[in-house]
Design a protein around this ligand. Structure first.
Ligand code: NAD
Length: 475
């Protein structure tokens, strides 16, 4: 694999990136930052510069246990609050995030290498998540009380589950935390959250910012590895439900650990979203859509538009348009300009994983129409890449790469497009591009994915259910 200062792509950099405001050192337990039980720490790295930003505690089983104890102690009082009072706390959190928007965006970008536009979108969505959940907290619906059994009146109460364990990934650190924290608190639960080892900073900063506005013990944050802290949260007998957003492998481990106490498990895992482009599609719009949704967050996105299936009659035209769009993507470090579209990969390990996938693509003899190389460091930058002439069943079209790599296959009939799209183990997301209204209704219903967009991809509204995971793994 070559590292290039490529003809098409260079990494734009800035000499005077804003200095992020860092969170305190410690675990956030019982409403305050407390010293960790052991001295073990982990470096948090800026992946666009490879410099260490700060160290955080590498948490232990004892830290996780202390956080769970704090969440248990706080749960009765929080559960007894009225929806109106819980809603007020969530609205206050949204306002605090909004008041500190710039600080959080800068910190998120520094910790992930993502461009300003993506960090801004993340923080806006996090604010909206808290506001939506604040409204939802006051509008729960349930079956009406009635005499469903003769001479007996039945009443269905919605009750909190109790203590919820949360494990988040690195691609949208604060947003993924918000997607969990907001509804969990809205429903009257307390929680213990473990952020990704790579990206704990905005979650810790949020805890610092809201410490005086959320009752002690209602929200607890423990940094550390998945193997130690994540596993302890999953197996802990006092945790009533564990929710993870992460890879399929981590989801399987969490489900296994949770099985011992038969707790509820909520999994949001990987994806390999098909993008079906029919011959009647607006090809320019589809190419622009893939440029945006395939390379958003550097393709480090579970719903990324990474697997195009295009009708053979328009494949050449579409590919030409897509290659032109992708060639124009501006790559750069955070702060290098508002028009930077793509930042770095999250870590050296992930950068090497993506480069290894590109090496395999070359070994398989596939055509790399644009990109395909690492970019000059420092930082873990990779060129936006389009792979064409991909045969059915090729690994690039079935295995999640989670990087800036989009593959293009062709199909000849609607039936083939649907069958081949469904031939993936991931059931997360898909999109259909067509100007035929019958197809726009019938094809999505036959695609076995939690979310199917029509003539768009990655448009997310908090009112709509999340990208529910349906894995088709066979042992
Ligand atoms: P990851 O699975 O490596 O890590 C996710 C979290 O799980 C981290 O906090 C990690 O420490 C923890 N973890 C790892 N092993 C664990 C264990 N044995 N027990 C408990 N916790 C453990 O994932 P990642 O690399 O951070 O994120 C990328 C993955 O997440 C991709 O597969 C992506 O598709 C998926 N993802 C899914 C969604 C979604 O909404 N479905 C959203 C974002 C990311």
């Amino acid at each position: 694999m070559t590292t290039t200062e490529s003809a098409l792509f260079t990494v734009r950099r800035t000499g005077d990136a804003p200095v992020p405001s860092l969170p305190p050192f410690g675990q956030f337990i019982g409403g305050a930052f407390v010293g960790p039980v052991s001295d073990s720490t982990a470096d948090v790295v800026n992946p666009a510069t490879e410099e260490t930003i700060m160290q955080v505690p590498s948490g232990s089983v004892e830290d996780a246990d202390a956080a769970v104890a704090a969440a248990v102690a706080a749960k009765a009082e929080w559960a007894a609050k009225t929806p109106k009072d819980r809603s007020a706390v969530l609205l206050r959190i949204a306002d605090i995030i909004e008041d500190n928007r710039e600080l959080l965006e800068t910190l998120e970008a520094a910790n992930t290498g993502k461009p300003a536009a993506v960090a801004e979108d993340d923080i806006s969505s996090a604010i909206d998540t808290f506001r939506f959940s604040a409204g939802a907290a006051r509008a729960f619906t349930t079956l009406g009380a009635d005499d469903y059994a003769e001479n007996h009146t039945s009443v269905v109460f919605r009750e909190p589950v109790g203590v919820v364990g949360v494990i988040t990934p690195w691609n949208y650190p604060l947003l993924m935390a918000a997607w969990k924290i907001a509804p969990i608190l809205a429903a009257g639960n307390t929680l213990v959250l473990k952020p990704s080892e790579q990206t704990p900073l905005t979650t810790l900063k949020l805890a610092e910012l809201i410490a005086n506005d959320v009752p002690a013990g209602v929200l607890n944050i423990v940094t550390g590895s998945g193997r130690v802290v994540g596993n302890r949260i999953s197996e802990h007998p006092d945790v009533d439900l564990v929710a993870i957003t992460g890879s399929v492998g981590s989801g399987q481990k969490v489900a296994e650990s949770a099985a011992a106490t038969v707790k509820r498990v909520h999994l949001e895992l990987g994806g390999k979203a098909p993008v079906v482009v029919f011959e009647d599609a607006d090809l320019e719009a589809a190419a622009k859509g893939v440029r945006s949704a395939g390379f958003w967050n550097g393709g480090q996105e579970c719903g990324s538009a990474c697997r195009v299936l295009v009708h053979e009659s328009v494949a050449e035209k579409f590919t030409e348009l897509l290659v032109r769009e992708v060639s124009e993507i501006s790559v750069g470090a955070p702060g290098a300009g508002d028009d930077v579209e793509m930042g770095s990969m999250i870590s050296r390990a992930h950068y090497e994983r993506v480069l290894a996938a590109l090496e395999d693509i070359r070994k398989d003899g596939l055509t790399i129409a644009v990109g395909g190389n690492a970019l000059e460091g420092p930082g873990y930058f990779i060129e936006p890449t389009v792979v064409t002439d991909v045969p059915a069943g090729a690994p690039v079209a079935s295995t999640e790469i989670f990087g800036p790599v989009v593959s293009v296959e062709t199909f000849s009939t609607d039936e083939e497009a649907i069958t081949r799209s469904n031939e993936t183990v991931y059931g997360l997301a898909a999109s259909v591009w067509t100007t035929n209204s019958a197809r726009s209704l019938s094809v999505p219903r036959r695609l076995d994915f939690g979310t199917v967009w029509v003539n768009s991809h990655l448009v997310i509204a908090n009112e709509c259910p999340g990208r529910l995971q349906g894995l088709r793994l066979r042992p």
